[in-house]
Design a protein around this ligand. Sequence first.
Ligand code: C5P
Length: 243
Amino acid sequence: NSKRKLIYEGKAKILYEGPEPGTLIQYFKDDATAFNGEKKAQLEGKGVINNRISEFVMTRLNQIGITNHFIKRLNLREQLIREVEIVPLEVVVRNVAAGSIAKRLGLEEGTPLPRSIIEFYYKKDELNDPMVSEEHITAFNWATTQEMDEMLATAIRVNDFLCGMFSAVGITLVDFKIEFGRIYENDFSRVILADEISPDSCRLWDTATGEKLDKDRFRRDMGNVIESYTEVARRLGIMKDMP
Ligand code: C5P
């Protein structure tokens, strides 16, 4: 394991060279970070849970035709993925006001939005991932107009699917962040869903009680972070084999 070539190390995940060309191994760490890395902790078992939840979600999305980088889970902390060229954008979809939109627009947390809202942020730690518009994105060539259309359409489909999936188990999908990557096929390139979908990248509220079951528990020092992530996995019917 240790002699594998490291491709990239991020805050919560590591990418290693994969067994075949065009593949990578995505390793889920226990590290939790917030506020662009200012707040850090180790949450024992987080990597294992997020590996499982992301596997579950990505598999379901693949099944309904939302192509993504996930190939298969290899072990507790690792999954085999397709190598992509990451688009330097974070695509956020919101259904209910929370977090930065609540602050920016003076909305009370928990206010349902009049419709789902999609936002783009430029992935640049030094700049704290500023929000950008389609104008910025196409002018600076971070993505083409066609890629923007594909990402918007996919983001809406992912939101529809995830809203249903979570509401079936009593969880409200408040908002989430996804990332996309380019794959090259002959002379063509297209964008597919990449990265992870887990309680690290979603806001998930218990529909009945409003209890937060996501990374805000870490950001806001609410405690029971792992317990909440485990509860999300339990409701989705995964990790039945885990203690
Ligand atoms: O902080 P904000 O309200 O903009 O976050 C919106 C959603 O995107 C939240 O679910 C948050 O967990 C996710 N997000 C993320 N990574 C970031 C920023 C936000 O996963 N760097």
